[in-house]
Design a protein around this ligand. Structure first.
Ligand SMILES: [Fe+2]
Length: 296
């Protein structure tokens, strides 16, 4: 894993640090071909009736405010023109995987690392990697909501707390696993209990044609009020519909829960969470040791 890790350099004090991340790329819009726009159009239009029925109102308001074109791949610059004045968030293009600390640190700085690739036409229903539809249609509308935006920033603060504590790699791996699980069961697959019934706010649901309805209607899905101690110890698999989902009452309540996650982290309660998915790789662990110093 060391081979593809960032290169260390001396900072003049003898301490080894890693240069700031350069994960960001330009979205070269001219590289999208007609097939990409067709794919976006198909994905977007078939979601509309499901969004109207199952998405939480903050998402629907956000979708309207971003003015995404139903027939064209979005330009991030345009999206940011609507998004940034609302919450300070911006979507910035990346080519793919970002080590865990860098990812959360971006959220702390109100930057959302955004995949710009369009999924292949033969994988419209399920594509295991994030793509621009998942990231822009699934995540970004939520970033227009002030309370939700604060939740994301607090996840970033949580990562900084883990980097500050830096004990040993195994404990860090456990802290990352706890954060990743909590993020998964909320930001990616969260449900909200509302007076109009259960609605989705998780981007994995909001970008999935099949799973959005399933997550709310299917008797096969277990839905429980979010419990921190459960979520951080609960493994998950990404390649099938989620059998277990957690509900929150509000984003303010979720914000408080991320605050509790930070307190637990400080108290060492995340150093030994249950083993299992997700696996934490060496680059994720290194990112907490190497890059934190100069940005804490
Ligand atoms: Fe996501």
């Amino acid at each position: 894993m060391r081979g593809d890790a960032p290169t260390h350099f001396e900072n003049g004090t003898g301490a080894s640090v890693i240069p700031p991340p350069s994960h960001f790329i330009e979205q070269d819009y001219s590289r999208y071909v007609e097939r990409d726009h067709e794919t976006w159009k198909t994905l977007y239009n078939r979601m509309i009736p499901f969004w109207e029925r199952y998405a939480n109102r903050h998402y629907l308001e956000g979708l309207a405010r971003l003015q995404l074109h139903p027939g064209r791949v979005p330009r991030l610059e345009q999206v940011n023109g609507f998004l940034n004045p609302l919450t300070g968030f911006q979507a910035r293009a990346v080519s793919g995987y970002i080590p865990a600390f860098e990812f959360f640190d971006c959220l702390r700085n109100r930057v959302f690392p955004t995949t710009i690739r369009v999924r292949p036409t033969d994988q419209l229903d399920y594509y295991p990697e994030p793509d621009i539809f998942h990231d822009v249609a699934g995540h970004v509308p939520m970033h227009t909501d002030r309370a939700f935006a604060e939740v994301l920033v607090r996840f970033g603060e949580c990562a900084h707390e883990a980097a500050r504590r830096r004990t040993d790699p195994q404990a860090i791996a456990s802290n990352i696993r706890a954060m990743a699980r909590f993020f998964w069961f909320t930001v990616e697959f969260g449900l909200m209990r509302t007076p109009q019934g259960i609605k989705a706010y998780g981007s994995g649901l909001l970008s999935s044609h099949g799973e959005l309805e399933h997550s709310i209607e299917s008797p096969a899905v277990q839905r429980y009020p979010l419990q921190l101690e459960w979520a951080i110890n609960q493994g998950f698999e990404i390649d099938h519909y989620q059998p277990l989902l957690f509900t929150v009452e509000s984003f303010d309540a979720l914000y408080e829960e991320v605050g509790r996650l930070i307190v637990w982290m400080r108290e060492g309660k995340l150093d030994n969470v249950a083993l299992g998915e997700p696996e934490i790789n060496a680059r994720d662990i290194e990112s907490f040791f190497g890059t934190a110093d100069h940005r804490l």
